[in-house]
Design a protein around this ligand. Structure first.
Ligand code: EZ4
Ligand code: CO
Length: 402
């Protein structure tokens, strides 16, 4: 079996997506997600200029060797752009492998460890009242776990809070918007927010919260400690984790479970975090973390240290990534929870999906391969347009973590 061609498909049904389609001499093709929010074209160039030509003629069944060819075999390793390209190739090859064997992907990863995937969704509002109202609406849809984000008094545009009734979309058209951020306002407000959410909904619902890397280790320690009384399922990205040792401080001061890694792209971002048991959930998505081949290994390493998965699943990752992730979640023992925000309906004009949500859980059907297809004619109706995530400055103008 040989790879005969590969093409990068860029489209924008509501937001930008990049996908890779790999063709073989047996008529079977595979799909991989290559979407890197706000840096899409960098991955397109990396794939088209350097990866696609090198793929032609290779046997697509050799997923392990091809992964190492594009990882070890490249002088400039790691980094989000490179690893997103590697991920797209890897997903497409596993899609081909499973289609060739006429079986859903999870069968090649260990079969079924469970028949439904626990998911959490998002509830966010411009203030406390609206946030509680939105959370109630998600509970009505049967969700058992909800990520709570709220606008902060005194801060316009809090990241992760949707404006109006628009679908959740943190990227904006054109260059990055400049937002204002104040950690002390946030630290005073967040514990009060969760007190009120617990008062409204009781103890049974799982609550999650995303700090989006905005705290120093000592600030995050204070937050994690004060949130203990609200029994969070997890506190996400409390610090940037570029400095893995920073997590030691949080662990010393709090038992709030910690999830990290949606911006990671390699096992080497995680070594101390995993082996020192400084976190509880890994978040690195398949699409940015080297695909099935790499994530299965990282998840296995995490399992040795009692760490579970909670893969990133925002709407800025394509349905191909979500479906592939659901296969991994089905197969591995140390699955924890999956992030799920439904893509707006317009996305389903382009992607044919094989999963659905029901009463707190996701289900995936037995379509061979990853099970998602792309309608290229529909994709052509929605051309790419530059959009970026915002940047943040403190009140005196100092550049801050986005
Ligand atoms: O900021 O997907 O946990 N989810 C998140 C998301 C991410 C975006 C970045 O592209 O933090 O909202
Ligand atoms: Co996040």
């Amino acid at each position: 079996m040989k790879i005969t061609d590969a093409k990068v498909i860029v489209c924008s049904p509501g937001r930008n997506f990049v996908n890779l389609k790999i063709f073989t001499d047996q008529g079977i093709y595979g799909l991989g997600d290559a979407t890197l929010n706000g840096r899409e074209k960098a991955v397109v160039t990396y794939l088209e200029e350097y990866c696609v030509p090198a793929l032609i003629g290779k046997d697509p069944r050799n997923t392990e060797d091809i992964w190492h060819y594009f990882y070890k075999g490249v002088y400039w390793k790691r980094g989000a752009v490179t690893m997103t390209a590697v991920s797209a190739i890897d997903l497409a090859l596993w899609d081909i492998k499973a289609k060739t064997l006429d079986t859903p992907l999870y069968n090649l990863l260990g079969g079924k460890s469970r028949d439904r995937i626990l998911v959490y969704t998002h509830a966010n509002g411009k203030n406390l009242e609206e946030t509680i109202d939105k959370a109630g609406k998600e509970i009505d849809k049967g969700f058992l776990a909800i990520r709570i984000q709220s606008g902060i008094p005194g801060i316009d545009h809090t990241y992760g809070v949707t404006e109006g009734n628009k679908p959740y979309e943190p990227a904006q058209q054109g260059l990055p918007r400049e937002d204002y951020w104040d950690t002390s306002k946030y630290l005073n407000y967040a514990p009060r927010l969760f007190d009120e959410v617990r008062k409204a909904f009781g103890e049974d619902i799982h609550l999650l919260h995303d700090v989006h890397h905005r705290c120093t280790p000592i600030e995050a320690s204070r937050l994690a400690r004060e949130l203990e009384r609200s029994h969070l399922f997890w506190l996400e990205d409390p610090v940037t984790a570029e400095l893995q040792e920073g997590l030691r401080l949080i662990r010393q001061h709090s038992v709030t479970p910690i999830a990290i890694g949606e911006v990671f792209n390699s096992v080497y971002d995680y070594t101390s975090l995993i082996t020192e048991q400084l976190i509880d959930y890994i978040r690195m998505p398949l699409v940015h973390g080297g695909g099935i081949t790499h994530l299965m290994k990282v998840a296995a390493m995490a399992s040795v240290y009692h760490i579970q998965t909670g893969f990133h699943g925002a709407t800025d990752l394509s349905p191909v990534n979500l479906a592939a992730t659901l296969h991994v979640n089905t197969a591995i023992n140390n699955f924890g929870i999956q992030e799920y925000m439904p893509h707006p309906e317009i996305v389903n004009e382009v992607f044919n999906i094989n999963y659905h949500y029901r009463q707190g859980y996701m289900f995936i059907d037995d379509t061979p391969g990853i099970g998602v297809d792309i309608d290229e004619t529909a994709a052509r109706k929605y051309p790419y347009s530059t959009a970026c995530l915002p940047v943040n400055r403190k009140s005196d103008g100092t550049m801050f973590y986005w």
